[in-house]
Design a protein around this ligand. Structure first.
Ligand SMILES: Nc1ncnc2c1ncn2[C@@H]1O[C@H](COP(=O)(O)OP(=O)(O)OP(=O)(O)O)[C@@H](O)[C@H]1O
Length: 287
């Protein structure tokens, strides 16, 4: 797919899994820290996160509300800066880029899909799909456009504005818009959050297909274990850390993991008086 090094300059390190027989790394975070605020009110949103995403893989990021999923995605995508640590995008350290270089990276190497579609209401589906190229002053690859439009079943809808499309159709337009510039990585933030189960299944099937058939790399934040089961891998976040990393996730397995995490978080948030003084194991049974 894309060619990040073209925009980023000389890599100061290149990470590749080739020698291990794995796909090359699309993006990697090393010891990534993100704090919001300072002093008493500081929030540690990412606590020394180490993670790599391989090219041509579909990864889901799950975890309780406030655990740091969106923060990770925003920092990886260059939408927000890291407090500390490094991010390697196609082998180049993007934490060293200036604002202009970051804009170029986002424009050419990253595709975004949002829960609320974020289509421009005054423009047709076709104009929305082509918008990233229009903004970049680039010519569309018509064959690629046709392939996306046909695969996503949008041929008959190209002249329609977003308010003339169903939620599922709007999200398919948003997917075509994310893929039109052949980005290195697509970040999807709750892409099925506003869709019914049939439209969700359609959208997820296409995301999976774009990974299988087009070699796309996708990182998707989701609260939905069924959505995560479409991914090749699921990462579970809790309190700014990765607490589980699952290959070929199953919906039930992810539900169990999330439930465990929720129970653990509840226990930590409200320790019983006995646990607080370390008495739970030693307490004799009450008569
Ligand atoms: N701009 C900000 N300023 C201050 N704190 C923030 C900001 N953005 C996020 N946070 C805090 O950082 C932590 C992680 O937030 P984040 O949005 O990454 O969580 P999340 O896992 O994506 O949650 P959700 O599932 O609810 O979207 C939370 O405690 C949140 O309140």
């Amino acid at each position: 797919m894309g060619n990040a090094t073209q925009f980023i300059g000389t890599p100061d390190t290149v990470n590749t899994n080739r020698s291990q027989g794995l796909n090359p790394v699309a993006i990697e975070a090393i010891d990534l820290v993100k704090d919001y605020g300072r002093g008493e009110g500081i929030v540690h949103a990412l606590r020394h996160v180490n993670v790599r995403f391989e090219q041509g893989k579909f990864t889901a990021i799950m975890g309780p509300s406030g655990s740091g999923k969106s923060t990770l995605m925003h920092v990886l995508a260059g939408l927000d800066s890291a407090t500390a640590g490094n991010i390697y995008f196609a082998g180049s350290n993007i934490t060293k880029l200036n604002d202009k270089q970051l804009t170029m990276l986002r424009r050419h190497e990253v595709g975004f899909i949002f829960q609320s579609f974020n289509l421009l209401p005054m423009f047709s589906a076709e104009q929305n799909i082509l918008m990233p190229l229009t903004l970049a002053g680039a010519k569309p690859d018509r064959a690629w456009f046709d392939m996306l439009v046909n695969t996503l079943g949008l041929r008959e809808r190209l002249g329609h504005r977003p308010n003339e499309l169903s939620g599922g159709q709007q999200q398919r337009v948003a997917i075509a818009r994310a893929l039109i510039s052949k980005p290195s990585v697509v970040f999807a933030d709750e892409p099925t959050g506003n869709l019914d189960s049939v439209s969700s299944a359609e959208v997820l099937s296409f995301l999976k297909q774009s990974v299988r058939e087009l070699g796309q790399t996708i990182v998707m934040v989701t609260h939905d274990s069924v959505a995560a089961s479409y991914a090749d891998r699921a990462i579970v976040f809790a309190d700014g850390r990765i607490v589980a990393d699952v290959e070929a996730p199953k919906a039930e397995q992810m539900n169990d993991l999330l439930m465990q995490e929720r129970e653990r978080a509840t226990r930590m948030a409200s320790p019983s008086p006995m646990r607080a003084v370390g008495m739970h194991a030693a307490m004799p049974a009450q008569q």
